[in-house]
Design a protein around this ligand. Structure first.
Ligand SMILES: Nc1ncnc2c1ncn2[C@@H]1O[C@H](COP(=O)(O)OP(=O)(O)OP(=O)(O)O)[C@@H](O)[C@H]1O
Length: 336
């Protein structure tokens, strides 16, 4: 990756490189009879970008919710910088974990700057009376917060839009604003839930650069994403959840090459699927028939009306198989 790490300063919540910041052990989450997450262990170290992938309904968001105090795991423990996390979201944020959501959750009628200022509330010491009386302490704290918020907007590339109302930002910028707001709590770990959902390729590329720059500031990142290219380009390590359990974990090349991951996305071969021998038999019979009557039109070609048609179709199918996420998104768009 091309991001220059030498000129980047370190974020306030940064941790010594290589230190384990998140340590989730045996996390299980049940909803009545449904076990959404089962015995998942996962660590994230400072300086790392870790990807969490898996088919729809695999339990990724539920696992995130267990890490951020939104859910209390039925079993297991989550530690952040060696301390067991309290089961309350605002306490988890105060401890140093920030997150974004799958569906953007901005204060739509507030300005861009105000949204980031809201994200700083866990870092401001001024209490209720200070805010009501608006004494010198309050004004000092407010000025510091604004300065920090503007720095963050600069960092994500939204400083020029600080006074715009959040709802008027284009989609990709709303996602950036969510990230700026999460960074305002000065986290040591940032959890991103599908940060590129709905983005065009340019926006996705810009998000990739932004995540690398966040990592370069010493903030560890755990990211859920369906865009495999994004995940494999970006992550140092990838964990795969399938039906609530961790199936594989490793570097991108290892995970990409693991047959179980491909099977989990595409489905296991169905029972009684023809084996290599049967396929060879059918091919030999077809070749024999063709040799006997070279002018005969193949049934499939005839049905498609042109020689090129089947190969085009299968090309699309192959592309979909290589990127099941695109196929999913396309289906969702068609449904809409
Ligand atoms: N609050 C809840 N109550 C009951 N079941 C839930 C709840 N939240 C999630 N589930 C179920 O838990 C399973 C895992 O869902 P989850 O949203 O964590 O999956 P996911 O991997 O994030 O999926 P996606 O990629 O589609 O976002 C699903 O079967 C889902 O229906």
């Amino acid at each position: 990756m091309t991001t220059d790490t030498t000129t980047k300063d370190t974020a306030p919540g940064a941790t010594d490189p290589g230190r384990t910041v998140l340590d989730a052990r045996g996390v299980t989450m049940r909803f009545g009879g449904l076990t959404a997450v089962r015995g998942v262990d996962l660590t994230v170290n400072s300086g790392e970008i870790v990807g969490l992938i898996g088919p729809n309904g695999a339990g990724k968001t539920t696992f995130f919710n267990c890490l951020t105090g939104l859910y209390i795991p039925t079993e297991g423990e989550v530690r952040f910088k060696d301390k067991v996390l309290p089961p309350k979201s605002f306490k988890v944020t105060a401890a140093g974990i920030a997150r974004t959501f799958q569906n953007i959750r901005l204060f739509a009628n507030m300005t861009v700057l105000e949204n980031v200022l809201v994200g700083r509330h866990t870092r401001t010491k001024e209490g209720f009376w200070s805010a009501v009386l608006r004494g010198p302490g309050f004004h000092r704290a407010e000025a510091t917060s604004r300065e920090r918020a503007m720095e963050l907007l600069e960092f994500v590339g939204l400083a020029a839009k600080a006074d715009h109302v959040a709802r008027n930002l284009p989609y990709g910028e709303q996602r950036k604003l969510e990230i700026a707001r999460a960074l305002a709590s000065e986290p040591g770990l940032l959890l991103l839930d599908e940060p590129t959902a709905g983005m065009n390729p340019q926006e996705t590329r810009a998000t990739e650069e932004l995540v690398l720059a966040i990592r370069d500031k010493g903030i560890a990142v755990l990211v859920i994403e369906h865009d495999m290219r994004f995940i494999f380009n970006l992550c140092d390590r990838v964990a795969v959840l399938v039906q609530g359990e961790k199936l594989v974990e490793g570097d991108p090349a290892t995970v990409q090459g693991d047959d179980r991951v491909v099977a989990a996305y595409l489905g296991e071969p169905f029972e009684n699927a023809p084996g290599a021998e049967e396929v060879a038999e059918v091919e030999a019979a077809e070749a024999h028939a063709h040799a006997a009557d070279p002018d005969a039109v193949d049934g499939a070609d005839a049905a498609d009306g042109a020689d090129s048609a089947p190969s085009e179709t299968s090309g699309v199918d192959e592309a979909r198989q290589e990127n099941p996420d695109e196929a999913r998104r396309e289906n969702e768009e068609n449904d809409r």
